[in-house]
Design a binder for this molecule. Structure first.
Ligand code: HEM
Length: 502
């Protein structure tokens, strides 16, 4: 055919190559013009060799040896608050609050989650935590009514789990790792809240099915983290049989819970005359009043479990890690707590000013998502970080990933003062940090479980302070990070507690 037109294959090949070259040139010129019109400046480039494999190697080494945050802080000291680096792929790293505001709120439409969706899809399906655009909007609208105030304000649901927790805390001055206990407590409370039945790990009445779920959950979520780190090579994880089996087991467990709830719902509807026994709030039952789609329910439950469980446990662990090292803060907080009833109400918790400061300060020093990533879905501009002064806007090409670092922004001296790395709850008396404080993110994708988490955490903190007179750290080491999906502590929160004498 080509021969009959008198065009050879080699000519065609050259035409294709030339067209692609012209297209690339046109794109580069067009992007350059866009950047000029928006007054963009050059962004500092971190030097690297062999396509950035040296930096990637340093980062992997730092993550495995628990100093990745220190490494990122060190880079920022050398290259500024916004710079470009090669971490397997080209990335912009920023800790500028103005850029956070643009990415998360004012230019929200310009950014997606990027590779997270693909990495998380086998485990989380199309749920809220792993989707963008219309699918995410639908999830958010579907889930929002589950987090309204009267669902969260039902404090009674926490008491059972907190009393189990207190029973597990030694009263003879021996050392306990509170981090371990908090992770157990939050799996108990999350499974009760989400599925309507607790795993009862703290009570020691865990069923074989729950134990196996917990084991598979661990393998599946670790596999997901590896997929996120592998980037375009994430398909390799499908070769790992234990990962794929764990995903199937986790999803099948939750699907069974969903099926059971749907059958139960049908039964209740067919027996409308029989009044259902009064029962505390169950997330799944509430959600099933709005959709009976088995896949949607399974996906969303897995997403909420992932987003809500480890975060709350890690938050409580950091709080007691810090309190155990600051007797003055513990005493001040305890004095406030003892002004209230033994079973504080939602309103009581909200009115405890010093408790709020302690929680704010803990999340400031240890944001549970210290580093996060978004990907531009079109060419755009971020407000600051360019030029020799580092204050000009910067150009972001379509497909560019931007890593934003809450950990560093939470320690900016111009916002928090020269003592920014110190634990000082009193700083919150008049502090208004704006976008320099994003423990729950901000904008349309702000954490949907924020109020729920703060209520569960504050109730737990208050009840422990009521039961124990003093706390002592049993760990002389400084904080050592452990970065998984959320930040936690490599060495746990080892303390000894003295119970109140009755
Ligand atoms: C102290 C505890 C918590 C912290 C610090 C925290 C923090 C965050 C952060 C930073 C994000 C944004 C992630 C991103 O967009 O990349 C997020 C999202 C989310 N969180 Fe939380 N979270 C906590 C507890 C919870 C709890 C208890 C739940 C549910 C019961 C929950 C449910 C969610 C969900 C569903 C999202 C995704 C929202 C969306 O994309 O629209 N979180 N959280």
């Amino acid at each position: 055919m080509l021969d009959s037109l008198g065009i050879g294959y080699s000519t065609l090949l050259w035409v294709v190559i030339a067209s692609l070259g012209l297209l690339k040139l046109w794109r580069t010129l067009s992007d350059w013009g866009f950047a000029q019109r928006n007054g963009c400046g050059e962004v500092t480039k971190m030097p690297s060799y062999i396509f950035g494999l040296d930096i990637l190697w340093d980062f992997i080494k730092a993550t495995n040896n628990n100093y990745a945050i220190d490494l990122v802080e060190d880079w920022q000291r050398k290259f500024g608050r916004t710079f470009q680096l090669r971490l397997g792929r080209k990335l912009i790293l920023t800790s500028e609050p103005k850029n956070f505001q643009a990415i998360l709120a004012t230019q929200f439409e310009d950014f997606d989650l990027g590779s997270r969706n693909d990495a998380a899809h086998p485990m989380l399906g199309d749920g809220i935590f792993a989707s963008d655009g219309k699918i995410w909007e639908q999830s958010r609208a579907l889930l929002r009514p589950n987090f309204v105030r009267n669902q969260i304000a039902d404090i009674a649901v926490y008491e059972h789990h907190v009393s189990q927790l207190v029973k597990c805390m030694p009263v003879d001055g021996s050392t306990v790792d509170l981090q371990d206990l908090f992770y157990k407590m939050t799996i108990d409370s999350a499974t009760e809240f989400l599925f309507g039945r607790s795993f009862n790990t703290l009570g020691g009445r865990e069923s074989e099915a729950s134990k196996s779920f917990a084991k598979n959950w661990h393998i599946a979520s670790n596999g997901m983290i590896i997929r996120m780190r592998l980037g375009p090579l994430r398909w390799l994880s499908n070769l790992n049989r234990s990962y794929t089996k764990a995903i199937a087991a986790v999803r099948s467990f939750v699907r069974d819970v969903v099926q059971e709830a749907l059958e139960h719902k049908e039964l209740q509807e067919s027996n409308q005359d029989e009044k259902p026994p009064s029962q505390s709030y169950v997330f799944l039952h509430e959600l099933a009043t709005r959709t009976q789609d088995e896949k949607v329910l399974t996906d969303q439950l897995l997403n909420i479990l992932l987003a809500g469980r480890d975060t709350t446990a890690a938050f409580l662990s950091f709080t007691f890690f810090l309190l155990s090292r600051r007797e003055d803060v513990w005493s001040k907080l305890r004095a406030e707590v003892l002004n209230f009833d033994k079973r504080p109400s939602f309103e009581d918790l909200k009115s405890m000013k010093y408790l709020t400061w302690v929680m704010n300060e803990t999340l400031r020093l240890y944001p549970l998502i210290p580093l996060n990533v978004r990907m531009a879905n079109k060419r755009t501009v971020l407000p600051t970080g360019g030029g020799s002064c580092g204050t000009l806007p910067i150009f972001i090409s379509k497909g560019q990933e931007v890593m934003y670092c809450a950990y560093s922004a939470h320690r900016l001296p111009e916002v928090y003062g020269q003592d920014a790395s110190e634990f000082r709850p009193e700083r919150w008396e008049n502090l208004k940090p704006g976008w320099a404080y994003i423990p729950f993110n901000g904008g349309p994708r702000i954490c949907i479980g924020q109020q729920f988490a703060l209520t569960e955490a504050s109730y737990t903190i208050v009840r422990i302070l009521q039961e124990f007179e003093s706390i002592e750290s049993r760990d002389s080491e400084p904080f050592k990070e452990l970065i998984g999906l959320t930040l936690s502590m490599k060495n746990g929160a080892k303390v000894a507690l003295t119970p109140v004498q009755t």
